[in-house]
Write a protein that binds this ligand. Sequence first.
Ligand SMILES: [Zn+2]
Length: 351
Amino acid sequence: MEIRTKSVPGDVPGVFAGLDETLKLLKGTDTTVWSLPEGSLFAPYEPVMTLEGRYRDFSTLETPLLGFLCQASGIATKARVVKDAAGEKPVFHFGSRRMHPAISPMIGRSAFIGGCDGVAVSKTAETLGIEPVGTIPHALILLLEDSTTATGMFEEIFGDSVNTVALVDTFGDEKFEALENADLIEGLNAVRLDTPSSRRGDMLQIAKEVRWELDLHGFEDVGIFISGGLDEESIPPLNEVADAYGVGTSISNAPVVDYSLDIVEIDGEPMAKRGKLSGAKQLFVCDSCGERKIAPWVVKEMSCPRCQKRMGKRLVKMIDDGEVLVDDRDPKEIREYSLEQTLRIPGTEGT
Ligand SMILES: [Zn+2]
């Protein structure tokens, strides 16, 4: 059986994720599994996973198997799109409160693998082996009745271990609260603009105004952190003034990658339903020029049609007859692997 998709949401290269749980699911099932390594970029119609075994041995796992891969890959893909939109600026994942807590670690892990620089949920950060990231909530300012009091107390208690970011839109105007905080809080790292949409008008102009005033008063080192309903379309115009982003719903609620799992071969004979290429397939990629080719499984070697260099096989044996052959990979390593790849899908802008 083969897993592949006919399209990736947004017509961008997909980021393959969810393999960690898939391997646990298929462990011990008399199944042999070849798969892309997690964090691999893929294009529509490319096989991302091939399973060999007796259908009845793993047919009951078909639904959870696709569920693991479709949602995790959808979130990782969206995180990459948002990360690319932000360029060099860090993107932190703040979206766990939009989703059921049971899947929060999966969402955060997928967002991180796709390219987010950090996550806000401490449990998720712990499983990723990173420090959680967050900023002061409006609640603290409301309870203390003043932005600078809240920032000052935070700085006093946590200032040695984490960066202090003042939230400057709770009671007053962003410009004046930013200046007040910068003035009173020594070592202030950034101000966060989370202006409610009902008051927003033009976020870029608000951020520019805050930047101007901070610079004019000698606070060039104080950065601007922007959050609130951001996605790949709203971020690029803000890049000229923002230093970091908190992105929530657009990543947590990313559209899934619509993978399908289909029989392509029975007892060594090519066999597939209408609309599907029969026979097991391998994905060859040229490490030199990036050329990609889907070939029948019997093809053992392939030279790049573009640069004549030898192409590498991308589907790697991960499970042999129920025995998992690969160790758990560090999510930081998967993220680096994912971010260092580029892939251009013909007819699209790609990444
Ligand atoms: Zn090549």
